[in-house]
Ligand binder design. Structure first.
Ligand code: FAD
Length: 591
């Protein structure tokens, strides 16, 4: 029924006279939340508490007639009916509240456009489209200086985790074959050879199937895919450029998920003659004698599998190995790689690369503290000196998105918001976040859930487990020893540790000594475990499970109370009794 009396006029006037009008009930938690949203933006609003107003019931009746909504809060902005808290929330969360309040445009061609089709971008696209949003994604691979290109899926799939792990496996098979002889298998070892070209073909064909799978996934989820390079025109407009075309699209929100690419040192011959991880996994010819420059996990993993596949491999290191990782574990990796035949050229940086056109060999000169100390010829130089974020050509400065002056990565808050409230950044391109595939995926998924599904869950960047896939793997979660000491002080921490021989290795006598340690806060009841580290075969598989315990706040006593699975490597974490502070030896013992 059409309401009668003054209520209708009152409601109409209240909505007209207040640019933000809230019809509320004083006890209603959603009404309080709505007011908090406006307060947090310093926006003034008019409010009617219907339960406190003697005419409240009539006003609510009139309001229902005008807006079609019976519940509170019932919100109007600039005479436009917004709805309740669940309609206000996405306006707030997607960063367009100020635009709505100042009468700016909020409806665009797309709800969301994602720049970058790697781990993070694809996860965000799938999740956002699942909430019924109109989503587009653009992805474009700028060829490496040597011309290597690849398909949809980003670094992990094409030039990162996937080919790396498969080649790591290929090199491990050589060890398995050598162990096989000790376990009684008989075959002619001399007749065994590795075919690099076959391995690359197999790996690349698997990658192509993944590229196809991602395109299909986008199609099935109604995500519009542009194989084009994106750069901002303004905060709601993106230019899409292919080799031959240029177009423009607009969106309410953008997620930047452009990842990173390998850095090149600024020295003669680096871009002409050297490869990076962008080129290695699809390289058509055998690497031959290799120099890996760098000491990151990418450098050591590649050096490990190249050496394992039978290529003479040296690693040139400027200072320490695996910066940011636990340095005791880094030493164990180095010792083992040396025992496998990898040569380390320490405290040295390359100064020039020059190719001999007749032999194809690349002469590398290097220096230590400004003095020429190194000269060597190699068939392949793999540069692994770090990665730089893909931010340079996005016109971020032009639209006010702040980047870190040194890292060039995008500065984001705990909600992955950049300095422009409608633009977000996730994955490797976001500053100070672990550069790992599952981190990018999780951040993308949670961001979409916050934007479009009223979720308040933030990405938890603490206790992210990871693994280094060197010939003997290293898995870790939580604090390194150095970080634990810096954060809590040496007196407050202790380290339980054990060196051990894993059973499958004892017959061959070539197996590395494994090692595990738990870092604990000893003053906490039952000793809170704040770091777990293990150096052993399949360390990644082991640490994944224990990471759950540490994330859930496991104490050392929980590890002790856990019954081990015998005989496994992982059971070592259930039997650690020797602390570093005791001074007792943690040397390998029996079974
Ligand atoms: P990416 O996957 O890099 O995707 C970004 C995409 O955006 C790319 O396709 C890029 O071409 C595209 N792009 C860039 N600029 C534009 C633009 N302007 N317009 C359109 N498209 C653009 N992580 C692990 O967790 N485990 C591992 O074992 C592991 N191993 C690795 C091994 C190597 C050799 C490397 C290099 C990395 C490895 N990583 C590993 C890291 C992992 O690959 C990255 O953390 C992850 O891929 C980051 O995902 P992302 O979505 O942020 O970016």
């Amino acid at each position: 029924p059409v309401p009668t009396g003054p209520a209708l006029k009152f409601v109409e006037e209240f909505i007209t006279n207040n640019s933000i009008a809230i019809f509320s009930k004083s006890w209603c938690p959603w009404c309080s939340k709505a007011k908090e949203v406006f307060n947090s933006h310093g926006l003034k609003y008019g409010v009617i508490e219907l339960d406190l107003d003697e005419n409240g019931a009539n006003i609510q009746q009139a309001l229902k007639y005008i807006s079609g909504q019976k519940t509170v809060p019932n919100i109007y902005i600039n005479n436009r009916h917004i709805g309740g808290y669940s309609e206000l929330y996405p306006i707030f969360e997607t960063g367009v509240l100020d635009d709505v309040c100042s009468g700016g445009q909020i409806d665009f061609e797309y709800d969301l456009v994602i720049i970058g089709g790697g781990s993070g971008g694809l996860a965000a696209a799938r999740e956002a489209s699942g909430f019924g949003k109109k989503v587009a994604l653009c992805d474009f691979v700028v060829p490496s200086p040597l011309g290597t290109k690849w398909g949809l899926g980003g670094t992990c799939v094409n030039v990162g985790c996937i080919p790396k792990k498969l080649m790591h496996r290929a090199s491990q098979i050589r060890n398995d074959m050598s162990d096989a002889l000790d376990f009684g298998w008989e075959f002619n070892k001399e007749g065994v050879a590795h075919n690099w070209e076959k391995m690359v073909t197999q790996v690349q064909s698997y990658i192509k199937s993944l590229n196809f799978g991602y395109r299909k996934m986008l199609m099935e989820n109604n995500v519009k895919y542009f194989n084009a390079f994106g750069s901002f025109v303004d905060k709601h407009t993106l230019k899409l450029k292919t080799d031959t075309t240029e177009s423009i699209i607009s969106a309410r929100n953008f997620i930047i998920a452009t990842g990173g690419r390998p850095k090149y040192p600024d020295i003669p011959g680096a871009k002409q003659f050297c490869i990076t991880s962008d080129d290695l996994f699809s390289m058509k010819h055998r690497p031959g004698k290799v120099l890996v420059v760098g000491a990151s996990y990418v450098a050591l993993e590649c050096a490990g599998f190249l050496n394992g596949l039978g290529y003479d491999t040296s690693v040139m290191v400027r200072s320490i190995l695996l910066r940011g990782f636990d340095q005791q574990m880094a030493e164990k990796i180095e010792e083992h790689m040396i025992s496998c035949g990898v040569k380390f050229i320490k405290n040295t940086v390359p100064t020039s690369f020059k190719k001999n056109d007749k032999t194809g060999a690349i002469t590398t000169l290097g220096e230590t503290n400004g003095k020429k100390t190194f000269s060597g010829a190699f068939d392949t130089i793999l540069l692994a000196v770090g990665r730089e974020a893909c931010t340079a050509k996005l016109n971020l400065e032009g639209i006010g998105v702040k980047i870190h002056p040194t890292s060039k990565r995008i500065i984001v808050d705990e909600k992955e918001r950049t300095s422009v409230p409608t633009i977000f950044a996730i994955g490797d391109v976001a500053d100070e976040k672990p550069e790992l595939t599952p981190v990018a995926i999780q951040a993308g998924k949670l961001l979409a859930m916050r934007l479009y599904n009223m979720s308040t869950q933030l990405m938890d960047y603490k206790n992210v487990p990871t693994s280094v896939f060197t010939p003997c793997e290293y898995g870790c979660v939580g604090f390194t020893e150095a970080e634990a000491i810096t954060k809590h002080g040496e007196a407050k921490i202790d380290v339980y540790h054990q060196e051990f021989a894993y059973l499958e290795g004892v017959i061959t006598e070539k197996a590395p000594k494994s090692y595990a340690k738990l870092i604990v806060l000893k003053e906490e009841k039952d000793e809170l475990v704040i770091g777990a580290h293990i150096f052993c075969p399949n360390a990644g598989e082991i640490i994944q499970g224990f990471a759950l315990g540490i994330r859930m706040g496991a104490k050392k006593k929980d590890f002790d109370d856990l019954v081990g699975i015998h005989p496994t490597v992982a059971e070592v974490f259930t039997t650690l009794t020797i602390t570093k502070s005791s001074g007792k030896s943690a040397g390998a013992t029996g079974c």
